[in-house]
Write a protein that binds this ligand. Structure first.
Ligand SMILES: Cc1ncc(COP(=O)(O)O)c(C=O)c1O
Length: 391
């Protein structure tokens, strides 16, 4: 079998259908959000069996308007200084809107196996000031979403899933991105579906939907589905809004990508099975434990305690063999200088978050058969084991 002699981090998922969709938008001369956006929103909502979907220009923007929307609910709105429980590991823009909107973070450690927020720790970390919990489904792997939903319902706390890394994952036969009052998606280049940049918020709540439609577009009343006078009120502003709108290109490209996503995820999962077979119980690393049905963003490796001093040497070895790797998601929140701008508390400690920040990495998965790439990676690792005299 021919082995590849490199392993890139990201792969392209487009074919001629996306290029044709771009050409159709150019020919139509309609570029700002319109029918292509609305139609992709419907497809996304149907895919998730969700009532409403609001497309945005990125997953980060989706997080921003999703959290903001909770401030404008008529009953029990989120308020400045409310406490929000978040995992110790996520991407920077899960956290940024919390700082920007004056909320307090309570950081809870991750489960070292699934890499998602640790459910028992969430339960014990809830205080009378907790108003929102944001589980982040790490790299294709659903968090304990049914349990979190029950807990939030019981305690009357809002739940928001950051599902930007886990499009199409499932738990208890329900898609991730459908458990919270608001839930976010990202279509950035390397993700399960790509519109280059792009994101969305999903919700089943009609009040939140109206708020999101306004917040995405300057805070105006014009996009309201309920407001009968909206034609006369095109310059009326309801909320302190943003402009995080997608263009027609996002809608047109996304509509092509979502038609193929079941096949994409199927292939990603086959690659994921192969990774699990190759690295189950490996002497050098532990790997991510699947919770529910992962849509597998990537392949995660965490150096075992005994070998963590070999990280530098291992990374040099991977580089030399043209294997691209990177930090797991954005690593641990408290390892970044940006933390000084946040109002945060740590529940107990972030031992696991810090451990995977320092000793973990991932390599890419995609909707192509990566058997040869994974065999190549394993061969490179075997060479490392020999060089380091590890049996
Ligand atoms: C967990 C998480 N949330 C939010 C985002 C932001 O998404 P985007 O890159 O589309 O802004 C990312 C980015 O990949 C992410 O990993």
């Amino acid at each position: 079998m021919q082995l590849n002699n490199s392993y890139p981090l990201t792969f392209d998922s487009w074919d001629i259908s996306e290029l044709n969709a771009i050409k159709r938008v150019i020919k139509s001369n309609q570029f700002t959000y319109s029918q292509n956006v609305y139609s992709f929103e419907k497809m996304l909502a149907n895919f998730h069996k969700s009532k409403y979907c609001v497309l945005t220009n990125s997953g980060s923007s989706a997080n921003l308007i999703a959290i903001s929307s909770l401030f404008y609910k008529k009953s029990n709105p989120l308020k400045i200084n409310d406490e929000v429980i978040v995992p110790g590991v996520s991407w920077s823009t899960t956290y940024s809107p919390l700082q920007q909107l004056g909320l307090k973070l309570k950081l809870v450690d991750i489960d070292i196996n699934t890499l998602n927020i640790d459910f028992p720790l969430v339960e014990e970390s809830i205080s009378k000031n907790t108003k929102l919990i944001i589980p982040v489904n790490i790299l294709g792997n659903p968090s304990e979403l049914p349990k979190l939903k029950k807990l939030c319902d019981r305690k009357k706390i809002y739940l928001m899933e950051d599902n930007c890394e886990s499009f199409g994952a499932e738990i208890e036969n329900k898609k991730s991105g459908t458990f919270g009052l608001v839930n976010t998606l990202s279509f950035y280049y390397s993700h399960h579906i790509s519109t280059i940049e792009g994101g969305a918020v999903l919700t089943n709540d009609s009040e939140i939907y109206e708020i999101l439609m306004s917040l995405r577009s300057h805070g105006w009343a014009r996009d309201s589905k309920k407001n009968k006078k909206k034609q006369k009120e095109i310059y009326k502003f309801l909320y302190p809004g943003f402009n995080v709108r997608p263009t027609e290109f996002t809608g047109a490209i996304g509509a092509q990508q979502i038609k193929k996503v079941d096949k994409f995820i199927d292939i990603r999962r086959k690659n994921f099975d192969y990774y699990q077979t190759l690295f189950y119980n490996h002497q050098l690393f532990s790997i991510q434990k699947e919770n529910g049905k992962s849509s597998s963003f990537s392949f995660i490796f965490i150096l075992r305690e005994k070998y963590k001093n070999l990280k530098k040497k291992l990374f040099i070895h991977l580089k030399k063999n043209k294997i691209e790797y990177r930090l797991i998601t954005g690593g641990s929140f408290i390892k970044h200088p940006s933390k000084k701008y946040f109002n945060y508390k740590i529940h107990k400690n972030l031992k696991n978050s810090n451990y995977i920040h320092d000793n973990g990495f991932f390599i890419g998965n995609t909707a192509k058969n990566l058997k040869n790439n994974l065999i190549y990676f394993k061969k490179v690792i075997n060479k490392f084991l020999i060089d380091q005299n590890i049996k």
